[in-house]
Design a protein around this ligand. Sequence first.
Ligand code: PLP
Length: 482
Amino acid sequence: MVEGSGHWDAALFRREGHRMVEWIAEYLDGGNRDHPVLSRVKPGEVSGILPRLMPDTAEDPEIVWQDFLEIILPGVTHWNHPGFMAYFGITGSGPGVLGEMLSAALDVNGMLWRTCPSATELELTVLDWMRRGLELPEDFFGFLTDTASISSLLALAAAREKADPEIRHGGMTGRDIDPFRIYASDQAHSSIAKACLTLGFGLDGFRAVPHDADYRMDPEALAHMVAADRAAGFRPLAVVATVGTTSTTSVDPVATIAELCAAEGLWFHVDAAYAGSAAFCPESRWCLDGCERADSFVFNPHKWLFTPIDASALYTRHPEIFKRAFSLVPEYLTTPVSGQVVDLMDYGVQLGRRFRALKLWWVLRCFGLEGVRERIRRHIAMAHTIADWIEASPDFERLAPTPFSVVCFRARPRGLEGEELDRFNMDLLEHVNASGEIFLSHTRLDDGISLRVAIGNLATVESDVERCRELLTEGLACLSDR
Ligand code: PLP
């Protein structure tokens, strides 16, 4: 019989816990550099090693641990790695990791205030701390979801509820309702179109507004599209502005869009999933100018606020509309304080809610506002080092402005254009990524394929940026000699 048989006593938990915490401490303190940042496994390699059946009887935790090291770790792409500069760099910081561990240990379900008063009250409190830190209006009510995709989906569902309360009972089919339209720039994250799919607006209900030369939404085009859609019998419902688009981190002209939404009676949602955190720094607060007029606003602490995935902060000045859209309370979920307290299950689709606020609380207290600002500034400075180098280099060109910590650029070897140039850059990307030291990703911009350097991990230091530069230069030379 294996020690513990699954239900560990305190001694065994302590032994295994210490082993794990020791490993995590090493990992976060540079041990992560011992692993290739981008996993090198082939499709099916991990599952091919894993047994096809779960064990019949309890296994020795020592063996499970060895298997974690030997089977699982090689198949991990290390997001929590200083060389991770793909997509958006993120950090599961020490306080966040331990906060996550505590919330797993407590294992509360904060669906109702009564099922864990601290989960609800801490969530509302830390959301209010962040609201103040971002200088958002006092009447913004905030709560947590898992991801920005879900936050935006809930916001658009609230917009639909406001526009047509009949939908709650009658649904959207079999009734004579004009088709809804949602507007966002063609640079908006795909989660907005996905929300249209999910909410029954259809992909045709998503209207991609063209961008200007700096990848910001063109507000004049937006105004024309809204007017044309109205004239054609569609029903404009909401506009989503992006603060920090996924490809280039451009910032839509929020104040102008807010003005148009007010004039047209449209719900105004702001997606600041990545860049919202920058606004904790007074010098970057400009990016949220106009957001005070939003009906709903999302930013993700799991992107640039050093909080382990997942944690998305959704704010709205109309919590009662979210409640109208989602609240459904069967008898077994009523409590003596129903109606007198905030029951967070009422504001979205999910019933069960984990204690996400705990890790965020840990992060916010252990960093403090100044600590957050200092790290964000350092990331922006490192991105500007790369941007300046690219500007100065005859072999590379920058393809978009760099308002935050992401640089879009490409190599520009003489004589290559169009698809050949795109292919060259994709090969260069693979060259850098094969190093195992740095992981970059790409996007497509007006000029073609763009490589992206995205700084966002707390362990990333100037020498990592320098290494990224070396690998790009080396790769360029190597590929040019082919
Ligand atoms: N919005 C923007 C602007 C993003 O860049 C992203 C992801 O990168 C998302 C939304 C989706 O975020 P999540 O993974 O939290 O759903």
